[in-house]
Each structure stands twice: as C-alpha cells, then as structure tokens.
Ligand binder design. Structure first.
Ligand code: NAP
Length: 246
C-alpha cells in the first residue's frame, strides 16, 4: 500500500507519532523516526518497526530550528532519494491561564508546534514539487478547532496549523501535493497523562463517545490521508475526537 514510499514523522519517539510511524511502516513505507530529546525511545520505535519486518531509522532534530530542519530533510533526500510523506506531529504543551502566561511559554509552544511544522514543510516542498507528488499531514488538535481554557498558546499554535494547512494546500495542489490536518481530541499519551483525574473526568463528560481515544485512532486517519485512496482530498481537517468538535 505504501510500499517504497519514504515517510518522515516528526516527534515519533513517543505517543501518537510513534504509532503513526509504526502504522506507516507496517504498510510498507520506509520511516524516518524523528525525535528531539528521547533518543532511547526513538531507537525502541525503530526496533519495534524492524521486528515487525519494516524499515526505519531514528533521526535527531529539533524541528523548531529552521536550519536543523533543513539539514534533516537534506539528509533524508540524500539517503533515500525522495520524501513522499511528511507528518508534522512534534508538539509540546506549556499550559497556564492567560493572565499568568509568560511570553517564554507562549513562544516555546508556537516555536515547536507551528514554526516546527512550517520549517519541515518549507524544506520538503521543493523535493515534493520535483517529484510532482507528496502527502503532508499536520497534526492539529481539538484545542485549535474549539479553543481550550488554559491553553491560549497551544490553541493558537493548533489553529495556526489549520490556516497553514489550507494555505499550503492551495499553493501546492497544482504540483500533485496534498496537505491535510488531523485534529485529535483527547488521546491517551504522556501529554494527557499529565492532566489531573478531575480534569480527565470533566473532559470525558464532554466527549460524545465518552472515552479518551487511543493513539491508533489517530494513526489510522493519518495512514488514510497518506494513501493513494486519499489522492482527491486536500486542505481538510479530519477531527479524530470522539465527536467533541461536531
Ligand atoms: P507526547 O507523547 O508528549 O510526544 C511528543 C513528541 O513530540 C515526542 O516524540 C517528542 O520528542 C516530540 N517533540 C517535542 N518537541 C520536539 C521538537 N522540538 N522537535 C522534534 N520533536 C519534538 O505527545 P502526543 O500526545 O503523542 O502528541 C503528539 C501530537 O499530537 C502533538 O502535536 C500534540 O499536540 C498532538 N495532539 C495530542 C493530543 C493528545 O490528547 N495526546 C490531542 C490533540 C493533539 P522527544 O521525546 O524526543 O523530545
């Protein structure tokens, strides 16, 4: 299905990114497992993919750094000859109430979540244009669709992802490149483990399907958008959120 495709998944050492990397690899893609600080976990992801018969390589890069993101993409093109799929998944939270939020916490979240995705798209686009094809999938969030109290920085970054997805989709469509966003709701990962039990309960009550999602729920949506079957879909936001944003 994705045989001979080359995929870069940012933030694939843990959580949703790890599951996306494993799912794309199972479908035959050669996967670059990008990580920032969790080298051991990235290597574990690669090992799991290899044990399942797939091809993967771990690659360190802080995507918030414009030049480092360029180096990562240059390396992938040199090593693999092409990039067919880019999944911008790397993300962080620095939650806090608006009136107490520092400029530093605002910038840190925007730098990784929004600028990080821009850097990777910026540095992969030329290669995809040359190939006359590619799939870019950006991980947004229900917080970017609806807004979330205590997350002005994160919500801004994830709403920004949606605007950037649509603008890039319009720019790149004539070259056979699709750009879509997936907006997960609350998914069981390290990111949501940080929430207190009372917050988790409150959130669950707002989810029509009444449960947090699994990383696989997001990975399957990404794999679909990366597939040939999704060739006529671009500029869309696919919510994988148990019905939260409907
Ligand atoms: P997670 O478990 O905290 O994992 C975050 C991943 O991002 C890690 O692999 C981390 O790598 C990587 N990362 C962070 N900063 C990076 C940087 N500067 N450069 C490269 N990689 C970086 O998070 P998650 O829950 O899987 O979330 C994954 C994505 O889904 C994020 O964009 C998040 O905003 C989005 N999302 C999550 C949920 C949810 O409920 N979990 C809901 C909506 C959207 P290292 O460990 O190597 O630093």
């Amino acid at each position: 299905m994705l045989k001979d495709k080359v995929a870069v998944v940012t933030g694939a050492s843990r959580g949703i990114g790890k599951e996306i990397a494993k799912t794309l690899a199972l479908q035959g893609a050669k996967v670059i497992v990008n990580f920032c600080g969790s080298e051991e976990k990235a290597r574990e992801t690669v090992e799991e993919i290899k044990e399942a018969g797939g091809v993967a390589e771990a690659l360190q890069c802080d995507v918030s750094d414009f030049d480092k993101a360029a180096e990562m993409m240059e390396y992938v093109v040199k090593q693999y000859g092409r990039v067919d799929i880019l999944v911008n998944n790397a993300g962080i939270t620095r939650d806090g109430l608006l009136m107490k939020m520092s400029g530093e916490d605002f910038d840190a979240v925007l730098d990784t979540n929004l600028k990080g995705a821009f850097h990777c798209i910026r540095h992969v686009a030329r290669q995809m244009v040359k190939q006359r094809g590619g799939r870019i999938i950006n991980i947004s969030s229900v917080s970017g669709v609806l807004g979330n109290a205590g997350q002005v920085n994160y919500s801004a970054s994830k709403a920004g992802i949606i605007g950037m997805t649509k603008a890039a989709a319009r720019e790149l469509a004539s070259r056979g490149i699709t750009v879509n966003a997936v907006a997960p709701g609350f998914i069981k990962t390290d990111m949501t483990d940080k929430l207190s039990d009372s917050v988790k309960e409150g959130v669950t009550a707002q989810i029509p399907l009444r449960t947090f999602g699994e990383t696989k729920d997001v990975a399957y949506a990404v794999a679909f958008l990366a597939s040939e079957e999704a060739r006529y879909i671009t500029g869309q936001v696919l919510c994988v959120d148990g019905g939260m944003a409907m």
